[in-house]
Design a protein around this ligand. Sequence first.
Ligand code: ZN
Length: 194
Amino acid sequence: MMGKTHIAVGAAAFSVVTPPPTDIKDFLFWGGQLIVTMIASVAADIDDPRTTAGKIILPFVPRWLRPTAFSILGMLLIWHGFQHSIPWVMACGFFFFGAAISKHRNSPTHSPVGLFFLCLLTYLYLPIMLIPVFTGYLTHLITDAITEGIPIMWPFPGWLRIPITETNSFMDRVVFRFGSIIVLGYQVLQMSFF
Ligand SMILES: [Zn+2]
């Protein structure tokens, strides 16, 4: 599925799992969680630095240069994490480096292993964002499973594809994307101060 659709579906799913609060103060926190969900909903596509995920991380680097930039960034993070004994920085470094050299959609980021790994890191360092990260990432895997398919058993062979629609199709660009925006809008309008 396309990046924008992933973001919309993730945001809608979060608004259903965690409905918007009625208090304005809590609403700001909810908004922060919503933004994290949206980022998590495209994080899996980091295995292709030319996608929306790559654009978020390296916004000013042109598309064609991003795989190289990802490798360099990955190596720098591994080195920095190693020098200062910060395991999560090293883990991110391996993640970026792995992303740059792996094949799009046939990589750990599109598998339950990627979901588990990111949730574990979130649980250890930012547990308050666990539900947003889990929701965003899981909706990505599901919506890719119904389009191109995902390596469900990674690192073992095995491909899960439930052929419901295709990337960049009418279902992708209109039904899923705008349907999700309507769900999100409906959830927000349920709040009492509107
Ligand atoms: Zn994907």
